[in-house]
Design a protein around this ligand. Structure first.
Ligand code: DON
Length: 559
């Protein structure tokens, strides 16, 4: 007979040891596009700040260390879910200036003037980020705002070492920066940037200092506002002091999607993200994924066919809800989506040219996403942008920051594609103070009142499909967050008629088979940069930081 007592004792030790390890698992996490910003966010969580506090600190920090997209001169969206499972969506999207006109990017013959909506003063929308950051803090923050801006001020004042990727991009953009800012290219300091160079930004530290001492007025009024106007107007733009003074972010009702028992919370218009994500998932609701291998021919075909139909709707039906009646309920209606997908053929690609927007009952890219979860399960999903890489590339004289070129997200001329190849119509035409339609899709996944995932991506029109694939990777295929983020991505947006796939990441047999079904395949540079968090039932968290960038995850255990 074996003596069971030592065995039981050993078992108890192992179990207790196991509990200890679990306790040491992180229960709080920040994942963002830059290590310096992630570190600042984690420090705030350690000091007892909540997820909103950390997001405020991260957003200001990204404006210092991630110039191509982190910003105070742009705009964004936040989806927030608190520990009581209530959900909120904050829209701090840029607006068109009051002096904007429908035809402002067209010549006398009605043709689009090349790059006018992309470079320089006229491309700039009235920035929303600073107002949005103050608004979310006012409603949900717990630490004083001063303590949340200070780390970004210190980062700007003391400097930080730039990464290899940043050095490469500063050098690549030098000519463009010089052309748009002949007297004020603050990134011209070094002839050739290299990894590890220290970037000190005194002007930006002063601007952030003014925001710290004066609140939102430190940006929307006074010397910073005057400098914004001076820089924009001398570069051909139309923003006025009044535009800045009147800018306000708006709380909106989030989109809630029911998918196979999960509740996915995402951004409503003026982002198309939540609606299109919900439409695609609605078309996939009946698919039996236990029979469909991830990233197989069948999988890519199924998702691409759904995506085509939904992007056709996006481009016709969606615009700023304050100017345009978005038929959101109709677009998300299950029977509509079923009808819209009933011509799906599992063997043949449907030609985009034969797809029209559905009939309703009623008639070098750069953005950045970050995800934060705190110890209580409060979750923040933020996507913020200058639009193109470095936005309009217009620097605000003496203030050390860049302005967006979000005006290109409007439809400059119905039927003509924007920089992402998205075609728009009247729903998204330009009007004074209107918000341009976005694809940003900050999202949060829950199930039975429990937090499951915080997710989102940059990538222009590809944001929605990158977010979609990362949701499916976790809830359908049970991938770890990092595995999910690392996986190859693909994208279809109806027009152009192409499945975009990340180059060198796909099995050529899969691509050949898709082509035989009638799909056109286009290989391209990396799609999106997903920074996401997966949350387990015991409250432990798992991060996924996108290796396509310098993105960084950091988890900690907070008592
Ligand atoms: O709001 C939008 O959809 C675009 N302005 C986002 C731009 C973007 O993601 C560029 N990024 N890589």
């Amino acid at each position: 007979m074996i003596n069971e007592r030592p065995f039981l004792l050993l078992l108890c030790i192992v179990l207790l040891w196991g509990c200890g390890i679990e306790k040491n698992d992180p229960n709080s996490m920040v994942v963002s596009a830059h290590p310096a910003a992630t570190k600042i966010g984690v420090e705030i969580l350690k000091k007892g700040g909540n997820a909103i506090d950390a997001s405020v600190a991260v957003e200001f920090a990204l404006a210092v260390c991630y110039h191509s997209a982190g910003n105070i001169g742009g705009g964004g969206f936040m989806v927030y879910r608190n520990s009581s499972d209530s959900v909120f969506a904050l829209d701090y999207r840029e607006t068109a200036p009051k002096q904007a006109t429908k035809d402002m990017f067209l010549d006398e013959k009605g043709n689009i003037i090349s790059r006018l909506s992309l470079d320089g003063g006229l491309s700039v929308g009235v920035p929303g980020s600073v107002d949005g950051i103050f608004e979310k803090h006012r409603r949900f923050g717990s630490l004083p705002m001063e303590a949340l801006i200070q780390p970004a001020i210190d980062l700007a004042k003391n400097g930080f070492r730039i990464t290899q990727k940043q050095a490469k991009r500063f050098n690549a953009n030098r000519e463009k920066f010089d052309q748009i800012n002949p007297d004020n290219n603050y990134l011209r300091e070094k002839k050739k940037w290299k990894k590890g160079d220290v970037l000190i930004q005194e002007d930006l530290a002063n601007t952030l200092g003014l925001i710290k001492s004066k609140g939102r007025d430190g940006f929307y009024k006074g010397s910073v506002a005057q400098s914004i106007i001076k820089s924009v107007v001398s570069s051909g733009g139309r923003i006025t002091l009044e535009d800045l003074k009147e800018y306000r972010s708006v709380w909106r009702q989030p989109i809630e999607i029911d998918f196979k028992g999960y509740r996915i919370v995402s951004m409503p218009p003026p982002s198309s993200g939540g609606v299109v994500l919900g439409q695609i998932l609605g078309m996939l609701e009946d698919a039996d994924f236990s029979l469909i291998k991830r990233n197989s021919v069948e999988y890519v075909h199924l998702l691409s066919e759904a995506e085509k139909r939904c992007y056709a709707d996006r481009n016709t039906y969606l615009g700023d809800p304050d100017f345009w009646e978005n038929p959101v309920d109709d677009l998300l209606d299950r029977s509509y989506l079923k009808r819209r997908f009933q011509d799906f053929d599992p063997n043949i690609a449907c030609k985009s040219s034969t797809i029209n927007p559905g009939k309703l009952k009623v008639e070098s890219e750069e953005t950045t996403h970050f995800s934060i979860v705190d110890k209580d399960g409060n979750a923040v999903s933020v996507t913020t942008t200058l639009n193109s890489s470095y936005g309009s590339k217009l620097f605000v004289d003496g203030c050390g920051f860049l302005l967006n070129n979000e005006m290109d997200d409007f439809s400059s001329k119905p039927g003509e594609p924007n920089q992402y190849g998205l075609i728009g119509g009247v729903a998204n035409s330009i009007a004074p103070q209107k918000r341009m339609l976005s694809s940003m899709t900050p999202s949060i996944v829950c199930k039975d009142g429990e937090l499951i995932q915080v997710v989102g991506s940059p990538g222009g029109s590809t944001i929605i499909t990158s977010t979609l694939q990362n949701i499916l990777n976790v809830i359908v295929y049970n991938l770890s967050m990092q595995e999910s983020v690392n996986s190859p991505r693909f994208h279809h947006q109806w027009m152009p008629e192409q499945i975009f796939v990340e180059e060198q990441m796909w099995d050529s047999l899969v691509l050949d088979s898709l082509q035989r079904m009638g799909h056109k395949i286009k290989e391209r540079s990396p799609i999106g940069r997903v920074d996401a968090i997966r949350v387990f039932q015991d409250g432990s968290v798992q991060g996924g930081a996108d290796p396509r960038g310098d993105d960084c995850k950091m988890g900690i255990f907070v008592e």
